[in-house]
Design a protein around this ligand. Structure first.
Ligand code: CTP
Length: 399
């Protein structure tokens, strides 16, 4: 969740400031940009050089740059950040934040910041328990700032009690959770199918199709980025997932896909059937390799189960069901028929008459038709962007 996020880390004068070195490393490892602001006292506990080296940016302490006399613009800093974390937050800084004092760059930036502010206090147990500190903390929370609670344990004074700054790993997990909560599909479970299915003729041959799985994988990744808990059921595909959070189940045949989809569908809030499931399969697969003999050879095919129709029939209120249609003629008419027959919320239509649409390539051109028959046609674009268009439609439906 912290990937690409711009973080201001405000460091106050506290022995716990040594923990910020590790905290910055975790932020950077997660792909965040970190700008460190320190109070003067904080620089006595840990050197700006250490934090500048780890954050790969100069640390800012003063309003003015001593060498050039230039101004460190706290307003720009406040606008730049996606989130502002004050860790460790000393009792003194918390009191100043609660009363609007801004006698250093950290505090001026806090007052200017438009982004969410989080604070992780660190102090001795009696300072923490003092009604003045508790009142300030309450006030800060009323202002909309979020407290990352200190832990109970051994303190620098040798006393044991509440006041230890939360560990860097806990702070990162807390922020990660907070950012997740803000995502539009947070708390939703999504089921996506992708790729082709292979229907066995004998142990070495099959009936398949050209689906690469790219569209379904892109949808799974996007739903995950938007906060959904995603299960991807994929037919044979060379595609790899970027996100480790998506649970991937590999299947080969339409029957296997049917079984896995039916197992996961009851819990899914959102289901996207983008797999190119075979409509027919050999009536029986030979157990040994079929040898060539006659000049002509035919295979009897029987229908596979239409997975999506089955889902449409069992769909409960609140479940969103999306299908795909790949058509070559009377596209809209056929797609609307499928939308209605399969009880879908919307259908994504690919017309093979549109250059660049369909299985092959990294681009796609789609038309979305919803159950009110509202039709929206999109330009030819990369499949990752097509996935974003489809997911936006899903967000509109679930919110
Ligand atoms: N589908 C399915 N199970 C099948 C076949 C297709 O769930 N056995 C799903 C696909 O994942 C897709 C949609 O149904 O979302 C496609 O509808 P379908 O009527 O099967 O389209 P075609 O296979 O293209 O059918 P036709 O050949 O009749 O156009």
């Amino acid at each position: 969740m912290l990937q690409g996020k711009k973080i201001i880390l405000g460091v106050c004068g506290s022995i716990a400031s040594y923990k910020t070195a590790n905290l910055i490393r975790l932020f950077v490892k997660a792909g965040a940009e970190v700008q460190v602001l320190m109070t003067k006292d904080a620089t006595e506990f840990i050197t700006p050089l250490t934090l500048a080296t780890l954050s790969k940016r100069p640390v800012l302490v003063d309003y003015f740059k001593a060498d050039t006399g230039e101004w460190n613009n706290h307003v720009d800093l406040g606008l730049w950040a996606d989130l502002f974390l004050i860790a460790p937050a000393s009792a003194n800084t918390l009191a100043k934040m609660a009363t609007g004092v801004c006698d250093n760059l950290l505090l001026a930036t806090y007052l200017s910041a438009k982004c969410p502010v989080y604070f992780a206090p660190a102090m001795d147990l009696d300072m923490w328990k003092h009604p003045a500190t508790q009142q300030n903390i309450e006030k800060l929370q009323q202002f909309g700032n979020q407290l990352i609670k200190p832990a109970f344990g051994e303190l620098a004074s040798g006393l044991v009690g509440e006041g230890r700054m939360a560990e860097p790993e806990e702070i990162v997990a807390f922020l990660d959770g907070e950012l997740k909560k803000k995502l539009p599909l947070n708390g939703k479970k999504a089921l996506v199918t992708a790729g082709p299915t292979f229907e066995a003729i004998d142990p070495v041959r099959f009936i398949g199709n050209h689906s690469s799985g790219k569209m379904g994988f892109a949808i799974a990744e996007k739903l995950n980025q938007l906060g959904a808990e995603v299960t991807l059921i994929s037919g044979p595909s060379a595609m790899q997932l970027n996100s480790k959070q998506i649970s991937r189940i590999d299947v080969v045949s339409a029957d296997q896909m049917l079984e896995e989809v039916n197992r996961h569908f009851p819990k899914a809030d959102i289901t996207v059937m983008s797999a190119a499931v075979a409509d027919y399969k050999p009536a029986s697969a030979a157990s040994e390799k079929i040898k060539k003999k006659e000049a002509e050879f035919s295979i009897q095919l029987i229908k596979t189960t239409d997975i999506l129709s089955g889902l449409g029939a069992q769909k409960k209120s609140g479940q969103v069901l999306i299908g795909f249609a790949l058509e070559t003629e009377n596209e809209q008419e056929h797609a609307i028929q499928k939308l209605k027959n399969k009880n879908l919320d919307f259908i994504v239509l690919n017309s093979l008459k549109d250059e660049g649409a369909g299985f092959k390539g990294d681009q796609n051109k789609i038309t979305i038709i919803d159950k009110n028959l509202t039709t929206e046609t999109f330009d030819l674009k990369p499949k990752t962007e097509v996935a974003a268009d489809i997911c936006q439609k899903i967000i509109n439906l679930v919110s």
